[in-house]
Design a protein around this ligand. Structure first.
Ligand code: HXC
Ligand code: NAP
Length: 273
C-alpha cells in the first residue's frame, strides 16, 4: 500500500471487520501502527482476522457479536475498551448484508434482515460507542454504498437501509460535533474480490460490464477504501465531518444505476437458463 499514515498509539475498532472491505480497512490501520480490534458474528472469522492483523505486526484482538443484538453490541464495546485500555480513537462501522432480489420475491423477514443489519445495526453500534469514544478527537466512519443515493433494481431493501445509514452519519455529525467527534460515511464503489461484488455481479460478463462502467476504468481494491479511511481519520481530515464520501473512480457520477439495472436483467436471463 503506497499511502502512509502514522496511527501509532491510536485505538481502532472495526465492526464487521473480519472480511472484505472492512478487513482491508483494519489491515490498513494495522500497517499504520494502530492497535486494532475487529468484530463480527463468526468466531472463526474473528480468529482468522486477528491472526492476519498480528501477522502485520499489530497488537490486535477480536470479539464476536451480531449487530442486530443491541445488548451484545454493548458488551462488545466493553471488551474493546478493556483490550485498548482507553477510549476508541477511530471507529469503523461496516457490518452489512445484501442479496439481489425482486421486492415481490422477498418476505417481510428478508427485507427486515437487511434493514436490521445495516440500519438498526448502525444505530446499535453508534449508541454503544458514544461513551467510549475519545472526546475530543474521535473519527467515526460508517461504510455506506452507492445504493444510498442511487436507485438500483433488486436492491430496494439495501437502498433504503443504506440511505438511512447516511442520514445517521449526517445527523450525528451535528449531534456529536460539540464533543469533538467527527462522523463521516465512506461509499465504496465496486470493489474487486469482495463478497458484495460476488453477490451483485456473479458472472465474469457482469463483472466486465461493471468494470467498463467505472470512469477510471477499473474496479477498486480494498486498499483504496483503507486509504480513504486513513485520510478521514488522520490530521489531513481534521476539519471533515458529516461528509458522505464516494470512493468509486467516479462510478456514482456515471452509469452506476443503469449498469446495475442491466446486471439485474442479465441475472434474470441467467436464472431463466
Ligand atoms: C430472497 C432471501 C434471499 C434471496 C435470504 N433471503 N436470501 N430472500 N432472495 N436471495 C431471506 C431468507 O429466506 C429469510 O427470510 C431472510 O432473508 C433472512 O435470511 P437468513 O439466511 O435466515 O438470515 P441471516 O442468517 O441472518 O443472514 C443475513 C443475510 C445473509 C443478509 C440474508 O446474506 C448474510 O449474512 N449476509 C452477510 C454477508 C453479505 O451480505 N455481504 C455483502 C455485503 S455487500 P424467511 O422469510 O425465509 O425467513 C453490500 C453492498 C454491496 O452490502 C454494494 C456493491 C456496489
Ligand atoms: P463482507 O466481506 O461480507 O463483509 C461484511 C462484514 O460484516 C463481515 O465481516 C461479516 O462477518 C460482518 N457482518 C455481516 N453481518 C453481520 C452482523 N449481523 N453482525 C456483525 N457482523 C456482521 O462484504 P464486503 O463486500 O466487503 O462489504 C463490506 C462493506 O462495504 C459493507 O458495509 C457493504 O455494504 C459495503 N460496500 C461493499 C461494496 C463492494 O463492492 N463489496 C460496495 C459498496 C459498499 P460475519 O459473517 O462473521 O458476521
Amino acid at each position: 500500500m503506497s499511502a502512509t499514515f502514522d496511527f501509532s498509539g491510536k485505538n481502532v475498532f472495526v465492526v464487521g471487520g473480519t472480511s472484505g472491505i472492512n478487513f482491508g480497512i483494519a489491515q490498513g490501520f494495522a500497517r499504520w501502527g494502530a492497535k486494532v480490534m475487529v468484530a463480527s458474528r463468526s468466531t472463526d472469522k474473528v480468529e482468522a482476522a486477528v491472526a492476519g492483523l498480528r501477522e502485520l505486526g499489530a497488537e490486535a484482538s477480536g470479539t464476536a457479536f451480531d449487530v442486530r443484538d443491541a445488548e451484545a453490541v454493548t458488551e462488545g464495546f466493553k471488551a474493546a475498551v478493556d483490550f485498548f485500555g482507553g477510549p476508541i480513537d477511530i471507529l469503523v462501522s461496516g457490518a452489512a448484508g445484501n442479496f439481489p432480489a425482486k421486492l415481490n420475491d422477498m418476505s417481510a423477514n428478508a427485507i427486515r434482515s437487511v434493514v436490521d443489519i445495516d440500519l438498526m445495526g448502525t444505530f446499535h453500534v453508534m449508541k454503544a460507542a458514544h461513551e467510549h469514544l475519545a472526546k475530543p478527537g474521535a473519527s467515526v466512519i460508517n461504510i455506506s454504498a452507492p445504493q444510498a443515493f442511487l436507485p438500483m433494481s433488486y436492491q430496494a431493501h439495501v437502498c433504503a437501509a443504506k440511505a438511512g445509514v447516511d442520514m445517521v452519519t449526517r445527523s450525528l455529525a451535528l449531534e456529536w460535533g460539540r464533543d469533538g467527534i467527527r462522523v463521516n460515511s465512506i461509499v465504496p464503489g465496486p470493489i474487486a474480490d469482495t463478497e458484495g461484488m460476488d453477490r451483485l455481479a456473479p458472472t465474469p460478463e457482469i463483472k466486465e460490464a461493471v468494470t467498463k462502467s467505472v470512469p477510471i476504468g477499473r474496479m477498486g481494491g480494498v486498499d483504496d477504501i483503507a486509504k480513504a479511511a486513513g485520510y478521514l481519520s488522520s490530521d489531513a481530515g481534521a476539519y471533515v465531518s458529516g461528509v458522505v464520501l464516494p470512493v468509486d473512480g467516479g462510478w456514482s457520477q456515471a452509469g452506476a444505476t443503469s449498469v446495475m439495472s442491466k446486471m439485474a436483467h442479465m441475472m434474470d436471463k441467467m436464472m431463466a437458463n
